[in-house]
Design a protein around this ligand. Sequence first.
Ligand code: SF4
Length: 373
Amino acid sequence: MAKKLNGTVIVTYRCNARCNMCNRFKAPSRPEDEISIETIKKLPEMYFTNITGGEPFIREDIKDIVRELKKKSDRIVISTNGFFTDKIIDLCKEFPDIGIRISIEGLEQTNNEIRGLPDGFNRGYTTLKKLREMGMKDVGFGMTVQDRNAPDLCELYKLSDELGMEFATASLHNSFYFVEAKNIIKDRPMVAQNFENLVNMLLKSKSPKKWFRAYFNHGLINYIYGQKRLLPCDMSFDTFFIDPYGDVMPCNGTKDKEVMGNLNDQTWDELWNSEQAEKVRKVVRCCDRDCWMIGSVSPAMHKYIWVPAWWVIRHKFKALFMKKPYSMYELKVVRDYRDGKVSKEELDKCSTCDFNAVANNGLKDCGGCTGDK
Ligand code: SF4
């Protein structure tokens, strides 16, 4: 039996939001170029599929896309900004067992400022509550943490917890996907302190899933200090992304778009076993971006389960007799920065932020053209 993969399908680059950390809305795909149902039918069997964008609910045929992906995937989660409440509800009536993650970037004012969506918080929050009322189980928030919203991190977690929802976190990244090269955390200790508080709250919960989330958030502190990933990155070996143009890529974290092949023109087997795919796998093996996004970390956490499991065991043990079982100063770099052994400038150099770079927007038909920043 063929090995099942973990896939992310970027169904559109169109987006109705105007987030301050993502310029994708300036380089949208054209509807007529976007991945068709025929191409989706060529995707392999997957144990997990994330549908994302842009804003996926902009696609008029999102229901047809989900219907096709349901045939080949054990689990589907859609990432959305939650703005198109009626469309989301309508889809979930037909597919009540899918997951929905709504990006909310903080409490009301912070969220609306960051996402540039009028009334975005209330729209997203209302959608989440309606999904819950419908009995949808796999529903949650997604938050990309930056200096501006870090103080809201624990409040938002509490809100999601009260509603019995999942709470997914990320931090700023730079890549062709976000058409962005200038994202950087400025006040690392402040942001890390908020993550530390969240890690402690998660460790105190009764849910093993949340204990592993605590490990993921520990990895985010490590990431914002520009350190090596805590787990290997095996993207393109058992995990892939496909963009609206049918291009299959290892991930969405690379500086420039890395293409393994095009599913509009090839069969899956031709593409996945091609020389070009092998070339990209070599690039991945040497990749030094060290990103820490759930798309690449979740498969690694499953594959190298003993690493997070050992971390969880140690911290749950500490939780038996300590009020705060986790400290960000467990990470050497955080101690070194506090003690003045490493400077902010040195840490900035370890990040993927490049103020002089022009981000490649990864658009299909304009070759090496650049984003308009
Ligand atoms: S570290 Fe992994 S996920 Fe990040 S850009 Fe490199 S290959 Fe992609």
